[in-house]
Design a binder for this molecule. Structure first.
Ligand SMILES: [Mg+2]
Length: 421
């Protein structure tokens, strides 16, 4: 056998995380909202059965929520991130090679297992992940990543939650009833175009001539067609590529008018970017900021402005980034506007080991600051993000987005651990 991939996908992940520490939610309709309590981004099966769709804005479904006592949660991303690492750590037991594809999905290489053991192995993975983390997962196994994705879709509909697609007959039967729109990476735009040409199911694409697809569309779609045929074109990406640019931005819970509050929000974003840069061992030499009012306010004039601030040296020093965003804000702040969102971007990233120190930099000072930030990051890792902050970020964070329905920080704060009475 050439290659065998398993795609492990957590079921309704954010909702499942909430259920782990609040078992009373089991069997109840539950939804989790996007940031600023906007739309539903995760739904329990019971909530799906009530007709709540992915992306439904809360105000639209308020009626259903009230009538059926749907439990609504603000998103608690740092908690979900923690639960995700628990799931991924557990998965590492089952295969030496693993690609973390998203917060709730991972590909595993199961090539070394005999074909007749794959199904039971999949069921075992599912069992252990549930036992060790409390999170239910579905597992799809196939000879290519795209077919593993298809198998995962089917697994979600089966009671055992595991589906293996390796035999040619099984693959064909599955693809015959599989809509092209649901194939990994196709989406509604391409599926529409393909349907004009008479291709509507995944099998149609698998059987189409791949050089014709490459000529008519592009190489990416041709690759998908080959993957559906069972020819593996996408390998496991085990190492995370460092990002080329980083952004941190947030909508405000209520409109902000004060320059001081904007400065605090931008300082918070600058500080969080600096921390991310140190984590991925890179530096930035260009920081860009933006502030804007709401484009949906009919009676208020729209104002948006941005500004890029070059740094003297490539750096991941929080104080330098905060200084940069503060000076940028002075240039673009306009009095009287009702600001709704602000953010900071770190551009022109360079790995820290490729930075050539400038003649004009104080070498000893640099070493001291490196040690300072190592300690800063260690403390925040140990006691939780925000335990140690820069005063310019402010302490009250009045600009924070709405998250009034957020669950406790079960995994990050001793004070908020669930109690058993
Ligand atoms: Mg999922």
């Amino acid at each position: 056998m050439n290659s065998v991939f398993a795609l492990v996908d957590c079921n309704a992940f954010f909702v499942s995380c909430e259920k782990v520490f609040q078992p009373a939610l089991e069997g109840k309709p539950v939804i989790v909202l996007s940031s600023n309590d906007g739309c539903a981004i995760a739904r329990s099966n019971e909530a799906k059965a009530l007709g709540i769709k992915m992306g439904d804005p809360l105000f639209k479904i308020q009626e259903i929520v009230k009538k059926n006592h749907v439990k609504v949660f603000s998103s608690n991303f740092s908690f979900y991130g923690d639960m995700s690492s628990r799931v991924m750590e557990t998965l590492k037991q089952f295969s030496p090679s693993l690609e973390i594809y998203s917060i709730d999905e991972a590909f595993l290489n199961l090539r070394s297992l005999p074909e007749n053991e794959l199904f039971s192995h999949g069921c075992r993975i599912k069992e252990i992940v549930k036992l060790w983390t409390g999170i239910p997962v579905s597992i799809g196994i196939g000879p290519t990543k795209t077919l593993a994705k298809v198998a995962n879709h089917l697994a979600k509909k089966q009671s055992l939650g595991c589906c293996v697609l390796l035999k040619q007959n099984d693959i064909e039967a599955a693809l015959r009833n599989f809509s092209l729109q649901d194939v990994w990476g196709i989406g509604s735009q391409w599926s529409k175009k393909l349907s004009y040409l008479g291709l509507t199911t995944a099998l149609d694409l698998a059987q189409a001539d791949s050089s014709w697809i490459r000529k008519t569309f592009n190489v990416i779609l041709a690759r998908t067609a080959l993957e559906l045929k069972g020819i593996s074109c996408l390998s496991l990406e085990e190492t995370l590529q460092p990002k080329k640019s980083l952004i941190s931005s947030r909508s405000f819970g209520k409109p902000v008018t004060s320059v001081e509050v904007l400065r605090q929000a931008l300082s918070y974003h600058a500080s969080s970017l600096a921390q991310k840069l140190r984590q991925q061992k890179s530096t930035t030499s260009l920081v860009s900021i933006f502030i804007r009012t709401s484009p949906f306010h009919r009676h208020e004039p729209y104002y948006m402005n941005s500004c890029a601030i070059p740094l003297l040296f490539p750096s991941h020093d929080t104080t330098l980034l905060i200084k940069a965003v503060t000076s940028g804000l002075e240039k673009i702040f306009k009095e009287g506007a009702l600001y709704k969102k602000a953010g900071v971007m770190a551009l022109q990233l360079l790995p820290e080991d490729q930075v050539i120190p400038s003649l004009f930099q104080d070498k000893e000072g640099l070493i001291r600051r490196k040690l300072l930030f190592q300690t800063f990051d260690k403390l925040n890792d140990r006691f939780g993000r925000g335990s140690l902050v820069f005063a310019s970020e402010g302490f009250r964070k009045t600009w924070r987005s709405k998250a009034s329905l957020k669950s406790a920080s079960f995994t990050q704060d001793w004070e908020q651990l669930p109690r058993v009475r």
